[in-house]
Design a protein around this ligand. Structure first.
Ligand SMILES: [Zn+2]
Length: 429
């Protein structure tokens, strides 16, 4: 029972085979991702000159074109991002990047601190590689379409704060994980999972009160029509929260949103100031009813359970791989230790888990329909439709996504489908 399953592979299964399997999956995943992006961009471009009939009365041709141009710009940047990530992955693994990092740190540091240095170096490298594209997204694309409210100063202040916070919280967590991996014997993956799950729950609990205020200001929602409506809705839905807040989202972007954070009695409802200025009170109420629907239909709890089940599966799998020499050598590293195992595993995992993407997206879209149905029951379907149209228009979200791209990636169903469902529910009630 103690023999890891991969130790039973035939001796003919060697390093080269694993390298070939990795490269084949890598090429296939990369090809599909680029192909879907190309389809999406072409589809939107070819529908740029015509507002879909369902929206002809609500969206002007100008808004429609603006959404098309914005979405195309963003997706072109996404193509660049996919190419950069793919290049970095190859450079780190078969290109010898990780082997070089190991050669640098191994003579200088031992044990846990070697591991910490390896993981932090890697985060620094990928952060630096991603930086130009992040700047381009924020200060070229978002700015060109009128959404950017950030200054370069704020961008780098955010980056500095995030990095410090990441190091402060990340270092002890990484040290604890590496220690558990080394000290807990064959069942280390179970101990790491318990620790990781507890850490995540704690983080979710403290995030609204301790972490989010480092980046934004939160003020209680003002007394008035809006607050009265929101409170009546919460009472109607039997929902308790520890506060209604308005966040200064306009500090960074003019995109609008509303969300819940925390759980248990520490739940907060947060409205972006940009949402409140655009929607009238009945529309805000409908949007909030949709968010409440996610709680009432247990989507939040289900997502948590899936997250924990997923991390258990992956850690178990890593437990099976950690002693297999071909796992390291097949990915271009000629050394073997816990830090390298963690790094390699999380670097290459997305190549193999790509087929899960459309499954997760489908599940998410089903949850969106359920939340919409809940909103139609507890608020007015018409108000939600008006809010959705406004949000699509103001956020320049496309009404004409490529159907296959949407099937694969979209967490929310296309606007036309959502509205059609809501109209049915609205006419029923
Ligand atoms: Zn939703």
């Amino acid at each position: 029972m103690k023999t890891p399953i991969f130790a039973q592979l035939p001796p003919t299964f060697v390093t080269q085979d694993f390298t070939q399997i990795f490269l084949a999956c890598f090429a296939l995943t990369l090809g599909i991702r680029l192909w879907l992006k190309r389809r999406h961009i072409r589809f939107i471009a070819s529908h740029r000159e015509q507002v879909p009939v369902e929206f002809a009365e609500r969206i002007t041709l100008d808004s429609h074109r603006r959404a098309a141009d914005y979405t195309i710009d963003r997706n072109k940047a996404a193509v660049l991002g996919i190419a950069i990530d793919a290049g970095l992955l190859l450079a780190l693994t078969l290109g010898g990047g990780l082997a070089a990092l190991h050669a640098f740190w191994a003579p200088r540091l031992d044990g846990l601190f070697y591991g910490l240095a390896m993981i932090f170096s890697l985060m620094l490298i990928s952060g630096l590689v991603d930086l130009p594209l992040s700047l381009y997204r924020q200060f070229v694309i978002e700015a060109r379409h009128g959404f950017n409210r950030m200054t370069l100063g704020l961008f780098f202040a955010d980056l500095l704060k995030q990095s410090l916070l990441g190091a402060l919280i990340g270092a002890p967590v990484i040290l604890a994980v590496l220690w558990l991996m080394g000290a807990m014997g064959d069942l280390w993956w179970l101990y790491v999972w318990l620790f990781w799950s507890a850490f995540n729950l704690l983080l979710m609990f403290v995030y609204p009160t301790w972490i989010a205020p480092l980046f934004n200001k939160f003020v209680p929602l003002e007394e008035g029509d809006m607050k009265a409506r929101v409170e009546a809705l919460l009472a109607r839905c039997g929902f308790r929260s520890s506060g209604l807040f308005v966040m200064d989202g306009s500090k960074r972007s003019s995109h609008g949103n509303a969300y819940f954070t925390g759980f248990g009695d520490n739940k907060r409802i947060v409205f972006f100031d940009t949402l409140l200025t655009r929607l009238d009170p009945p529309e805000v109420e409908a949007v909030l009813a949709h968010e409440l629907g996610h709680f009432r239909r247990r989507h939040v709890a289900k997502r948590l359970v899936m997250m924990f089940a997923g991390s258990l599966t992956f850690l178990w799998l890593l437990g099976q791989l950690i002693d297999a020499p071909w796992f390291y050598a097949g990915l271009g590293v000629d050394a073997q230790n816990t830090a390298l195992a963690l790094i390699l595993f999380f670097l290459v995992m997305p190549v193999f888990t790509f087929p899960l993407t459309p499954l997760m997206s489908t599940l998410s879209r089903r949850h969106e329909f359920e939340a919409d149905a809940y909103a139609a029951e507890h608020a007015a379907a018409d108000d939600l439709i008006r809010a959705l149209v406004k949000l699509y228009r103001d956020n320049a979200a496309t009404l004409t996504p490529d159907p296959l791209h949407s099937l694969f990636y979209d967490s929310h169903p296309p606007a036309a489908q959502r509205i059609a469902h809501l109209q049915q529910q609205g006419s029923r009630s």
